[in-house]
Design a protein around this ligand. Structure first.
Ligand code: HEM
Length: 371
């Protein structure tokens, strides 16, 4: 808030020595995210050696590559396909809560919010369930929130790629009805995905679809428990759940601070000279608290309608998984409240430890009492 008020377009030198900018106001954020002069293509900025399995995907490309890479996956994320997951996600939520039944307390993250999205995305992709703990380790390392050193990162990245290679080999022998089978079959039929692009897209889906959704459930429930009158309102009016999820995304969004772009040319941005190559970071969580856009932006109010928040970004890179994330959040929170209407924080909010790192915003552990 201080930065947004004092220096909404803030020139910085990042710890890497790279010059750049932090954009923290809502209207500026929208402009940057929709302006094609701000590129996401890492190869254009840093050269071919920057291409890795973690960047060889739609999120780090510009059109026309972006359109091709996104188009192939888009078909798995249609509203019809997502709606078809509803009862299945309800079963997963209920199974997880069955495992804590009889207990007075649980850790909302480890016992509930973490396993739910990884089970869902694993099933969409066709990842064997017994491998999901490995995915937690890899996804934590890769996304940076585990704060591991470079050697651990390299080791986990290698294990992950080796795993993907073996897994794809098995799927090619024995395809199913999952997304990976579809993509591999499309590839064999001469469609446009290279082997490297395939690793890239799977990596992106696992990473982008996991930690973020964990934190929608965690941050969302935290906001609700910190505002007991809002929790009561939701218990009395379950029909507010859609608005409530949007407000949770606005108020405590899972993607904090790192929707990065690079200026592909010199740009005059509201009187500031952004030089070609400068890194531009859009602070989504700040934009979502911009009082010029949202009025009482620091008030958590689940009755607000049609919130134009930026938790999923905007423009051509608007989150591909948003309908799935919304559905998972909605079911996870509704199921939890239905079974444990008296759920409450078992720690003071100031005692909770937020995860380090600039990309994802979430709490390490949320102890709750269930009765
Ligand atoms: C892109 C947020 C869940 C897949 C994005 C972006 C944001 C975001 C902000 C845009 C980044 C940018 O413009 O630089 C979130 C949040 C989630 C969530 C807050 C949960 C609450 C998911 C899920 C999936 C997913 C469940 C898939 C299973 C993707 C993909 C992109 C993306 C593939 C890249 C789209 C493109 O480049 O065209 N997400 N995401 N996300 N997200 Fe999500």
């Amino acid at each position: 808030k201080k930065l947004r008020h004092a220096f909404p377009i803030y020139k910085v030198v990042f710890p890497s020595g790279e010059p750049g900018w932090i954009i923290s106001k809502y209207n500026h954020a929208v402009e940057v995210l929709k302006d094609s002069r701000f590129s996401k293509d890492m190869v254009k900025r840093y050269g071919p050696e920057s291409r890795s399995v973690f960047t060889n995907n739609m999120l780090f490309s510009d059109p026309p590559d972006h359109r091709r890479l996104r188009g192939l996956v888009q078909k798995a994320f249609t509203p019809k396909m997502i709606a078809g997951m509803r009862s299945h996600i309800e079963d997963i939520a209920n199974d997880l809560l069955d495992q804590v039944s009889g207990r007075e307390q649980m850790n909302l993250i480890d016992d509930y919010a973490f396993p739910l999205p990884i089970i869902v995305i694993s099933e969409i992709l066709g990842v064997p369930l017994e491998d999901r703990d490995k995915f937690r380790t890899w996804s934590n390392t890769i996304i940076g929130s585990g704060n591991e050193d470079a050697a651990t990162f390299q080791q986990h990245a290698k294990e992950f790629i080796d795993y993907l290679r073996d897994w794809f080999a098995q799927v090619r022998q024995n395809p199913g009805k999952d997304l990976i089978s579809e993509l591999l079959m499309a590839e064999e039929a001469g469609d446009q995905l290279t082997e490297e692009e395939l690793y890239g897209v799977v990596t992106l889906l696992i990473i982008a679809g996991h930690e973020t959704t964990v934190n929608l459930i965690g941050n969302g429930m935290l906001a609700l428990m910190e505002h007991p009158e809002q929790k009561e309102l939701l218990l009395q009016h379950p029909e507010y759940i859609h608005n409530a999820i949007e407000e949770m995304l606005r108020y405590n969004g899972p993607v904090e601070f790192s929707t990065s772009r690079w200026a592909s040319e010199d740009i005059d941005f509201h009187g500031h000279s952004i030089a070609k190559g400068d890194l531009v970071i859009v602070a989504l969580d700040s934009a979502n608290r911009d009082e010029e856009q949202f009025g009482d932006a620091d008030v958590f109010d689940i009755t607000k309608e049609k919130s134009p928040h930026l938790a999923f970004g905007t423009g051509i890179h608007l989150c591909l998984g948003a309908p799935l994330a919304r559905l998972e959040g909605e079911i996870a929170i509704q199921t939890l409240l239905r079974r444990y209407p008296h759920i409450a924080l078992a720690a003071k909010p100031e005692e909770l430890e937020w995860r380090p790192g600039m990309i994802v915003r979430g709490v390490k552990e949320i102890p709750v009492t269930l009765r």
